[in-house]
Design a protein around this ligand. Sequence first.
Ligand code: BTN
Length: 336
Amino acid sequence: MNNQSLNTLSDRLLSIIRQKREHFYRIDRLKKRLDHDVMNIYSAVKVLKENGYDIRRDRDGNIAFFKAPDRLLETEIALGLKTSFVGKRIYAYQTVQSTNAIAARLAGSDTDGARIPEGALIVAESQTAGRGRFGRNWMSLPERGIYLSIILYPKLAPQDAPGLSIMTALSLADTLRPMVKTKVQIKWPNDCLIAGKKVAGILTELTGEIGHVHHVVVGVGINVNHTHRSFPTDIAEKATSVRIQNRKRVSRVELLQKFLRNFEKDYKHFTKSGLKQFRKRILKYSNLIGHEITLDFRGDVITGKALDIDNRGCLVMDIDGATHTFSAGEVTVVKK
Ligand code: BTN
């Protein structure tokens, strides 16, 4: 049997035996149902076990499903995902350089009529060259975090694209808030904080021409099951994870599914009427508005008061009595 048929058989076997957890399915019946010989079925069990599934055989060779692994596998993400288009096409990898790079390649490689569908999800267990903002590296430890990219084709003016990052931060904040007891905030333009420390970052990359967006890749890195020791000393002070806040492990698959659902709901509103309707949530979650801040924009450091985030997703600042807006930069709160 070739690899593809073996994977198909594993998926079919899994969908049968996971219907009743810890129940031994008779091998002779499975043989009939799957129309495969016993050796093939046991090879499929081996594949599933290698993927981390807890599947057991009794003395008579019957097979039972006990537990699914918390791995970002296509089958696990798809099972019970309550969305209509986001995550309906999944590209799940063990290790990649960058999910954003893969997404950009996929979205750019379309031929008319056969483009990658909107909402396609690229996800990896680890990245060797995860990209952060301003050309920084995004630390992507294996099996601790979630590293994902979503391909979108919004009918959007390029200058409205920053709004998409803010919207994503809000979807994520709504996802994380019920999971932790401490305060969840967003930090303009695209960080998510728990208890004042960074738990997730968003990198939105846009491809298009003047006045026209061809596609957008929304990349999200979430620190989920990191411990204090997972972070290198230089970022341990500023970073946190859901597990650190919660004091227990979190299911990454469930967190991802909840986020995709929130993201889809928000994205539908966003493409209809922009950031306007997100005002209340922006004011609720933002850690900047009303505070003295510094804005570092490619080396120029500007000090002032954060007044607002406008309907284009730009930061509005009062600088020496005059109002200025900024579409990008790195913000630090100097006075609370
Ligand atoms: C930042 O805070 O600087 C943004 C970090 C974004 C990291 C994510 S991880 C998944 C996706 N793929 C990448 O290469 N980067 C984004």
